[in-house]
Design a protein around this ligand. Structure first.
Ligand code: SF4
Ligand code: SF4
Length: 257
């Protein structure tokens, strides 16, 4: 099936987002006064996956090795520009105020960066006229054929991989050491902008190739998950909202006591 697309500049996709950013983009966003959150998830990693397990290999490339108690894990950290309502850069006429410097993810939308996600126009914010058959061809047989979008996706995936060590260093610097169990939720840290800038700069510039395995806690809002984690030697933490939490937890499932 072919998918044609041309942006109508309606601005609908520029609201209520956690926009994934590279380390360099996060620094630019923070230096403009925006908020950047650290979204953390941990994947139990008792053994290395086979080469033909493409999903696991994809996760491996964009994560870093750590331990939770005795359990080997891999931690995925996404730096996300976070805002409720309109993006701080969205202008009254729905144009982007930083168009020439906008993040890569804004340039790629509505195409998918994750190679395992299928583009479904009905799940996107874009109006029907953006997908009309007289618009430029974006995808054919589920492959991106627009050369600019193709190149942007390739670059974004490569940066996601090359950024992983710097994210590990920035987390250690900021005392970020808790992650949600993958596919159950996300642990969300919102460090002050000045601290995040300093930590990301140090992390980006560091040549520290330390082989130390970092210790992380694995958090869940479900008691049965925490019990299972604990039974296999992990440092499981039951998330309960408090008045002054070190982090927030975005659960994909209802909490259990
Ligand atoms: S940076 Fe620009 S394109 Fe990206 S969400 Fe904000 S207004 Fe939209
Ligand atoms: S929702 Fe789609 S059509 Fe509207 S501005 Fe975003 S990318 Fe363009």
């Amino acid at each position: 099936m072919d998918i044609n697309f041309e942006c109508t500049m309606c601005g609908k996709c520029c609201h209520d987002l956690k926009l994934p950013l590279s380390v360099d983009e996060a620094l630019v966003w923070l230096e403009r006064g925006g908020d950047v959150q650290f979204l953390c998830e941990a994947v139990p990693w008792p053994d290395e996956p086979s080469a033909d397990n493409l999903q696991a290999q994809h996760k491996r490339r964009r994560s870093f090795a750590a331990s939770s108690g005795e359990l080997p894990v891999r931690v995925v950290v996404v730096l996300a520009a976070s805002f409720e309502g309109a993006c701080p850069h969205l202008q009254a006429n729905m144009s982007c105020g930083v168009y020439e410097q906008r993040p890569t993810v804004c340039r790629i939308y509505p195409a998918e960066i994750n190679p395992f996600n299928e583009l479904k126009p009905e799940q996107k914010e874009c109006p029907p006229e953006a997908w009309a058959s007289d618009k430029p061809l974006l995808m054919s047989a589920q492959r991106v054929v627009d050369p600019e979008t193709f190149a942007l996706i390739a670059r974004s995936r490569a940066t996601d991989v090359s950024d992983a060590p710097a994210k590990a260093r920035a987390c250690a610097d900021l005392d970020i050491d808790a992650a949600a169990l993958a596919n159950e939720g996300l642990v969300v840290y919102s460090p002050p902008g000045d601290l995040a800038i300093a930590a990301l700069k140090r992390a980006r510039e560091s040549r520290d190739a330390s082989e130390d395995v970092l210790q992380w806690k694995v958090v869940s809002n479900r008691r049965e998950t925490v019990d299972t984690l604990t039974s296999i030697g992990a440092t499981g933490v039951h998330y309960v909202k408090t008045d002054a939490p070190a982090f927030d937890y975005l659960g994909f499932f209802p909490a259990s006591a």
